[in-house]
Write a protein that binds this ligand. Structure first.
Ligand SMILES: [Zn+2]
Length: 295
């Protein structure tokens, strides 16, 4: 059994139109008392739920379609119930809906053509990300795909293990974001100051950042014109324009994360997370700077 049949995407408009006009689609997006899964999913990715969820027996399983400029998630409630039973968790059905929503949010439904392995893996990765944010374990996030995917790859769909791995990658990515944001007490809700003045920790003479002691350079996206350097003692130093004096504005510390081996801590104890590739993220997972070799 495959979810998201190529057929549905190819004739998406026709299908959804026919279903809607024929009135075979349930008007209620969810039964009363049921979780508003759609809203929960869009909440965790910070989007408004601009989707219509439609339960219908006209689709065999589930599909993401666009009709009349409106995005629909169609699902067969019997299929979702069967997936939940087979996966032994309601997370299974939720992951199927998250997968279909991943097709919409990644723009797959805006393109012509049917399912392809790349799109499927993006949607799978998205579902893993979403389910971790919603509180599912990795096993729960993978339960749905474990029961509905084919073991062997096809021209349109990757094989089961590849898909479970993609879900795992999304799940891990969300997990790292959550860990990063909870390591700090709580992200500050303070708006940005008009004139940002990083608190100087102490003043150091320029000679302490002689070229031999500089091991890296940090460039912030918001301040690309200002050079920050990392010294061999892991201090983060901002060099004056004339190069005569330097100011220590933070430091790097080792972390226990394999993916984010260093944390940048500024004078106000705010933390940024540095990936192995040198990408620097804020606690919300936004990349704000890059660490490169000093040039
Ligand atoms: Zn799909």
């Amino acid at each position: 059994m495959t979810i998201h049949l190529r057929f549905f995407r190819r004739v998406a408009g026709l299908l959804a139109g026919g279903l809607l006009l024929a009135g075979t689609v349930s008007a209620q997006s969810t039964n009363s008392g049921q979780r508003d899964v759609l809203r929960e999913i869009t909440d965790v990715v910070g989007l408004k739920p601009r989707f219509q969820l439609r339960a219908t027996s006209e689709v065999q399983n589930a599909a993401a379609v666009v009709y009349g400029g409106q995005r629909y998630l169609l699902y067969n409630p019997q299929f979702v119930a069967a997936v939940n039973r087979a996966g032994r968790t309601d997370w299974a059905g939720i992951s199927i809906l998250a997968h279909e929503m991943g097709h919409h949010l990644n723009g797959h439904t805006l393109r012509a053509g049917g399912s392809n392995p790349t799109d499927e893996l993006e949607a799978d990765e998205f579902s893993g990300f979403v389910l971790r944010k919603m509180g599912a374990s990795l096993a729960q996030a993978q339960a749905g795909m474990a029961v509905v995917s084919d073991e062997q790859a096809s021209p349109t769909h990757p094989g089961r293990q590849t898909r479970l791995t993609a879900i795992g990658q999304g799940w891990q990515r969300a997990s790292q974001q959550i860990t990063a944001s909870t390591r700090t007490a709580a992200p500050s809700a303070e708006p940005a100051l008009m004139a940002s003045q990083p608190a100087p920790v102490r003043q150091v003479a320029a000679r302490t950042v002689a070229p031999t002691s500089v091991v890296g350079k940090i460039t912030f996206r918001a301040k690309p014109e200002v050079d920050f350097y990392v010294t061999s003692r892991l201090s983060v130093v901002r060099l004056d324009r004339d190069g005569q004096s330097a100011e220590v504005v933070g430091r790097l510390a080792r972390s226990e994360s394999l993916s984010y081996p260093y944390v940048l801590i500024d004078g106000q104890q705010r933390r940024l997370y540095i990936s192995r590739m040198g990408e620097i993220y804020d606690p919300n997972g936004r990349q704000v700077a890059v660490l490169t070799d000093p040039v």
